[in-house]
Design a protein around this ligand. Structure first.
Ligand SMILES: Cc1ncc(COP(=O)(O)O)c(C=O)c1O
Length: 379
């Protein structure tokens, strides 16, 4: 049986080995250290923001960003329904209520008109909207020009969930640089990894200073352990930051490979009826995406559904997955307010994410393409 082809396996080389080995040999094994400082500086420079804070996860970064924005009990945070649960969970950690907004069909990202409509409706009802969270889905930035100015006019802070989008840009501006603060994820399946980790980004030093304090158990500057409020254990360790530095040095190469993979899929599947690539029918092209995951959507002509396709690929040792199940359809969030059009539900029933990891070979992609063609021909 042929080897498993994973959806988005970490791509780690001798470069990363050297970074980690040198961090270990330097003796900076205990939590923080020079690689954390350097990693923060390097990521901030890459994204073009003033400050960065390395954390244990992207979820932790979202939590701290939302606390800064003022999310708390009695307020709501408006966010896309099509996202990973972590985006919504981070809202709940603050005590605020998540309110969900549907996608635009063209690329799955939040529908900007509906987003503004949700904010205005909630405010007209007397609800305090503590923040809007934008999620750059599958490595493609949201249409920021269609709502950022409007949010500023309404004095509603924007938090950017750029967990999937490091290296992407919107009209020349890097993902991770929008809003009052942004979160990156370095989870194992992301565009680059620290095996597990995240980063909070902001132009405002006060945001990062307060987050740093909260992320280290809210320890007061006293010679003993002094605490005046509840904090968190959210910092990234020096060894993981070293791994991140190695990965960051290869980020452009890894993005370039993911883009090539998307092209190979396009070449291999363009004549197959029943398939389209998510994002293709959008007025923006995908040149500024980081191509984290390539997503197909099936239409009636495909003659099969996503479940069957995922199973068929799985039986050939190929990992493909459904796109995120919308939050308003999740049992956990079913009772929450949602502004819907049906678009995310439709994408959930038609979308499939394809193996996209930078370590995949051309032969791997040809195997996926052949298996897809074969399954659809037999459907
Ligand atoms: C959109 C989105 N937000 C948040 C997260 C959470 O990041 P982490 O797993 O690093 O906590 C992820 C990925 O895991 C994600 O895809």
């Amino acid at each position: 049986m042929s080897d498993w082809i994973y959806l988005s396996k970490a791509d780690v080389t001798e470069v990363e080995e050297e970074y980690v080995l040198s961090a270990m040999r330097s003796g900076w094994v205990a939590p923080l250290g020079p690689d954390v400082d350097a990693f923060e500086r390097e990521v901030a420079d890459r994204v073009g923001v003033n400050h960065a804070l390395a954390l244990s996860s992207g979820t932790a970064a979202l939590h701290l960003a939302l606390l800064h924005a003022g999310a708390r009990p009695g307020t709501v945070v408006v966010l896309p329904t099509m996202t990973f649960a972590a985006s919504a969970n981070a809202v709940v950690y603050t005590g605020a209520e998540p309110v969900f907004v549907d996608s635009q069909l063209s690329d799955g990202n939040v529908d900007p008109d509906l987003l503004l409509d949700a904010v205005d409706t909630l405010r007209a009802e007397g609800t305090e909207v503590a923040a809007v969270m934008a999620v750059d889905l599958f490595g493609r930035c949201v249409d920021y020009d269609r709502f950022v100015r409007e949010l500023v006019e309404r004095d509603v802070p924007l938090v950017e969930d750029a967990a999937e989008a490091l290296g992407a840009a919107y009209r020349g501006r890097p993902a991770g640089s929008f809003g009052v603060a942004a979160a990156l994820s370095f989870n194992g399946n992301k565009i680059m990894t620290t095996s597990g980790g995240g980063m909070l980004l902001s132009d405002d030093a006060a945001v990062i200073d307060r987050a740093r304090y909260l992320a280290t158990q809210a320890r007061q500057p006293a010679p003993w352990y002094e605490h005046t409020e509840v904090g968190y254990n959210y910092r990234m360790s020096n060894l993981l930051a070293a791994l991140g530095r190695g990965q960051l040095s290869r980020l452009d190469e890894m993005i370039a490979r993911r883009k090539q993979i998307r092209l190979l899929y396009r070449d291999g599947l363009s004549d197959v009826p029943g398939l389209s690539f998510l994002g293709d029918d959008h007025e923006r092209d995908d040149s500024e995406d980081n191509s984290w995951l390539t997503v197909l959507t099936l239409n009636e002509q495909a003659g099969t559904d996503v479940d069957a396709l995922v199973d068929a690929l799985g039986s050939g040792n190929i990992e493909a997955r459904h796109v995120w199940k919308p939050m308003h359809l999740q049992p956990m969030y079913a009772g929450h307010r949602a502004f819907t059009t049906g678009a995310s539900e439709r994408l959930f029933h038609t979308g499939v994410t394809l193996p996209s990891g930078a370590g995949l070979t051309d032969d791997d992609i040809h195997r996926v393409t052949a298996s897809l063609r074969d399954t659809l021909e037999r459907a």
